[in-house]
Design a protein around this ligand. Sequence first.
Ligand code: FES
Ligand code: FE2
Length: 422
Amino acid sequence: MQSAYGYETPPAASELTSVEPGSPMGELLRRYWQPVCTSDDVKDLPHKEKLLCEEIVLFRDGSGKVGALKPHCSHRGTSLEWGRVEEKGLRCCFHGWLYATDGQCLEMPCETEEFRERMNVWQPAYPTLEFGGLVFVYMGPPGTEPEFPVYDMIDPDVVGEVELRGMRLWSDQGIGYVQDCNWLQHYENVVDPWHLIMLHQVISGNQGHNMLEGLTHGATVRDMAKIGFEKTALGVRFNMVRELPNGNYFIRHAECIVPNAFLVPAVYDSGARKTRATELSWVVPIDDEHVRGISIVAWPLEGGVPKADWRPGTDISDAVRPGAALERSYEERQRKPDDREAQEGQRTTAVHALENLGTSDQGVIMLRRTLRDQLKRLDQGLDPINIVRDKDAARGIPTGTWNAVLSAGEAAALGDNIGRLG
Ligand code: FES
Ligand SMILES: [Fe+2]
């Protein structure tokens, strides 16, 4: 027995987990356009959000431009979330100072114009852009904004007739209903395919529609699938191959687009021979202890209108999946744990120093290593991975995430060549 007496918990690896301003990972994440809310969230009222440990008030002026301001008014600090959205900007409720989307104070109704001009007040602000139904902010150093990277599966020039929709696929609690934990353990989940078999199949029953059905055959858990991991141009992905009852093979990939975007193909079987991921999602740290998910969905059109009987590949909202229910009893959560129980259960922030990583954790190891490499690049004054500066290069960026059904011959041709085997 190894006694628990006097057991001490070392601190978490904060260089990967902490996202506060000035922290290594906080600075890395601030070098990317980060999704803060959906375009629909910013209507005729101010919209307050928190990301990367900072509160931001968003609003849309009369011209349609979205502003992202620090919340506390430069006059005497009232939160602009209580302000009034007007044609030219956001007006503080207290004494009426009016701020444009770039933060410039345009009016001080209780002051003289001479005072306003002399003071030249600017409310601290971040640049914004909208794409695919989401609002993005750039929280990095001024002038370092990269191009917005349009990956192939959300580029209509590549995927054809689609409508891009900004969505919280699993309500405000994000992917798999995980919210109250550090962002990294949620992100690591993308390249942890073994948990699909253990947690979502063996322990809790089929929590993923048809994707996992049939996986029960195999003498041991290790026999249920062949799984490899590889570094990609965008980050890290897993490759999973399993034999289907009819002798064909099913191959599945999911990919982390470092530092915090990801692609997961459909979790239910559409019957198609090859299905690409239909949504690009982000693991967005709210602060060091909370995370949310948000996505751009490429919704297919039929005759110019969105297909009514279609749903996003990872939408499990009506699923049998027990974790899809927001509130579950303690007993139910113990009997059928889901991502939430597994990930929040790793402690609020997982302590890497206490882990015993194995061969099946190679995706997680590769991901952490890739993130650390980017911290080094930033330190050296270099652009980290997935920063695109060329406008043309920012369109149709190839991704490597799909489900496919292979014949036995095609699968045999793959051999063991599916990346490092976990
Ligand atoms: S506190 Fe905002 S105008 Fe006075
Ligand atoms: Fe999961």
